[in-house]
Ligand binder design. Structure first.
Ligand code: FEO
Ligand code: CA
Ligand code: CA
Ligand code: CA
Length: 660
């Protein structure tokens, strides 16, 4: 599909706002909505609390309200003014310093970045493209010396490569790729593992760090867990069904309590071309995942990305990958027990009984929220004992009920409808087709579940739901309460008894996003939120050591909200609940990723993804942006340098805790 414009290609991969892939009639709870809404209306009038309180005694509610009335915002920084220009902006009194740019050296022998003479070999030794998730693994418990891990989600060819774009009737046309370009793209995907150190208050990359590593779309990996060795993951190149090369479209991720890097493969459909053989049993499976989409040209040069030549390769992508950063030669493992779908993040928390719970979003319109609970306990005294914890455990999918409760349904072969009668012969089948299992279990269709952040301080869990403009009036339900949900919302889960392994809990909506001054939008920011403080499209989140919530966004733009993406600090507790303040904003065309707060809360890392991707709707530019004609030249602002996705380290001038 080489005639697709690059703008179209980009939007397919980053917004998931193409045709939906969930064909089921899973409960949107339509017939029960009226009852629910009338009940909520009653509660609103009488007690002014959210829906979840329906099951709490009135006395408890009054006590809670008293407690709330006394508390103030957890954030006192001076808010940034929302807007759009070619630069980034951070709150007054803070520095936001570029730490790593696309093309920066990661090893003593990395070639200097030369955008006019890119090679796959050079790229494999340099920081990759489109940084998304940013994680930190302390060395000796330090918040000033550690291992930074970064996902490189995807590539934007029109911004990366000179001489490949034509503008035809105001739209970009990107030339088909040759093999060299494809191989550079493959080397720019994956992840970075790099030692960093703060000296004199400023962060620096340790170029000769012994653990520094680039993971690419060609790095040898192992399929691990219930799917390893299954016939459906055997390919022409790998009769064992265990040896895979590369991870792709790694969006968000996590760091485990035992100090490994986990990374979610998200929009894998765009990397496959070609037609499945007529008799293939994978047709329904691939259709549910939207495979193939043919966004990239890789399949023209690498047979494994062509379904007609290797029909099983796509079953080897769409997993959570675990990377042991302590050994730069370790073979990353695709942890199949955690399910196969369009994985967003993998944030985790140790539950009261020592098992570890990972919260997982499947980022597609009308797809599901999951969690994975390890079978065994985390051993804080023996790192090695934890290294295969992710191979055994239970995957659950969420059903949000109208009465404000949530049920976590086991995605386990033999339970309920997950049987041979429905085409599953083993747990491996269930995991390869996790989405279909969720369909059969009656999971709740959500408005694009992205990052999900457990909060160890208050026991709650925050679910970022980016948007879903395709939800129709008759598909509205209490947990996805807006039709044509253009701005997204955040759901808060309270697991039963504060136990993250629980199979039940309660939910309520923390925040409906969008401009609160436009009544039709139906946003629910607190009245203390200023014109700069509201946002749309929550995507990633971080919960810091104080339990404070920081949200990054994907999709704010001149057209959508009259502002760029950024980091917003969101109060979750007391009278300030649902108050939001703008802390940082990106340059024109960029998307905000990260955020990461270091344990001492004196550094926040943020990732600026695809700066300069777009400019049509921004009046001072007013045309499409591409390598030769860019809406910004952030971060270098040199005529001979293209835009460069970068990770920034934010610190307070003079040091100290961020946000206050
Ligand atoms: Fe890569 Fe769900 O965003
Ligand atoms: Ca995301
Ligand atoms: Ca996160
Ligand atoms: Ca994103």
């Amino acid at each position: 599909m080489n005639d697709q414009s690059q703008t179209f290609r980009t939007s397919l991969l980053e917004e998931n706002d193409g045709p939906g892939h969930n064909p089921t009639d899973n409960a949107t709870m339509g017939e029960l909505i009226a009852a629910r809404f009338s009940r909520r209306g009653f509660l609103k009038g009488s007690l002014a609390v959210s829906a979840i309180a329906a099951t709490v005694s009135p006395m408890a509610l009054m006590l809670a309200d008293d407690a709330r009335a006394g508390s103030k915002s957890a954030f006192t920084f001076e808010e940034v003014e929302a807007g759009i220009d070619e630069k980034h902006h951070v709150a007054a009194g803070y520095d936001a310093d570029v730490l790593l740019r696309w093309g920066d050296a990661l090893f003593p022998d990395s070639p200097e970045f030369d955008p006019l003479n890119q090679t796959p070999e050079a790229q494999a030794k340099q920081f990759g493209y489109n940084n998304d998730y940013v994680g930190y693994i302390p060395i000796d418990g330090s918040s000033e010396h550690g291992i930074l891990v970064v996902n490189h989600e995807y590539t934007n060819e029109h911004l990366m490569f000179p001489g490949i774009v034509k503008v035809v009737e105001g739209k970009l046309e990107v030339a088909p790729a040759d093999q060299k370009r494809v191989d550079i793209e493959m080397a720019a995907h994956g992840g970075t593992v790099v030692e960093i150190r703060k000296t004199g208050g400023k962060w620096q990359v340790v170029k000769d760090g012994k653990l520094n590593r680039r993971i690419t779309a060609n790095t040898e990996m192992q399929l691990s867990g219930p799917v390893a060795g299954h016939d459906r993951v055997k390919t022409n190149a790998d009769s064992s069904g265990k040896k895979v090369f590369g991870m792709i479209n790694n969006c968000s991720g996590g760091v485990t309590p035992w100090g490994t890097y986990v990374s979610g493969e998200e929009n894998i459909h765009g990397y496959f071309l070609g037609k499945l053989p007529e008799d293939s049993k994978e047709a329904a499976n691939y259709k549910r995942m939207g495979i193939p989409e043919g966004v990239y040209d890789w399949g023209n040069f690498h047979d494994r990305f062509d379904l007609s030549k290797d029909p099983n390769e796509a079953n080897r992508f769409g997993w959570v990958v675990e990377i042991d950063v302590n050994d730069p030669n370790s073979i990353p493992k695709k942890r199949t027990a955690m399910g196969r779908f369009k994985h967003e993040g993998a944030d985790s928390i140790v539950a009261k009984d020592g098992r570890v719970v990972f919260y997982l979003g499947d980022d597609e319109r009308f797809d599901y929220v999951y969690k994975f609970v390890t079978a065994s306990k985390f051993n804080p005294d023996d790192r090695a004992a934890n290294l295969d914890l992710l191979d055994e455990g239970t995957l659950y999918v969420a059903k949000f009920d109208v009465d404000g409760t949530i049920a976590w349904l086991p995605v386990v072969f033999g339970e309920g409808p997950l049987t041979e009668a429905n085409g599953f012969r083993s747990q491996a089948d269930v995991l390869i087709e996790t989405r279909r299992a969720g369909d059969l279990l009656g999971a709740t269709k959500m408005d694009r579940p992205e990052d999900i952040g457990p909060n160890g301080v208050n026991g709650k869990v925050y679910v970022m739901l980016t948007n879903n403009t395709k939800r129709k009036d008759d598909q509205v339900d209490p947990v996805n309460p807006r039709a044509k949900n253009a701005f997204g919302h955040i759901v808060e889960i309270a697991e039963e008894d504060g136990n993250f392994t629980a199979t039940k809990g309660k939910w309520e909506i923390l925040l409906k996003c969008g401009d609160p001054s436009v009544a039709d939008v139906g946003a629910s920011f607190s009245t203390d939120t200023t014109k700069n403080g509201w946002f749309g499209m929550p995507d990633n989140c971080a919960v810091d050591a104080d339990g404070r919530l920081w949200v990054s966004t994907d999709g704010n733009s001149p057209k959508e909200t009259g502002r760029t993406d950024g980091i917003w600090a969101v109060d979750t507790e007391g009278a300030a609940r649902a108050t939001s303040k703008l802390f940082f904003r990106v340059p024109v065309g960029a998307e905000m990723c990260g955020p990461l707060m270091l344990p001492d809360m004196a550094t926040m890392m943020v990732a600026v993804q695809h700066p300069g991707d777009g400019g049509e709707d921004w009046k001072p530019f007013g045309r499409p942006s591409y390598y030769e004609d860019l809406s910004t030249r952030w971060p270098d602002f040199k005529d001979n340098m293209p835009v460069r996705p970068s990770v920034l380290a934010i610190t307070k001038k003079g040091g100290g805790k961020i946000g206050v």
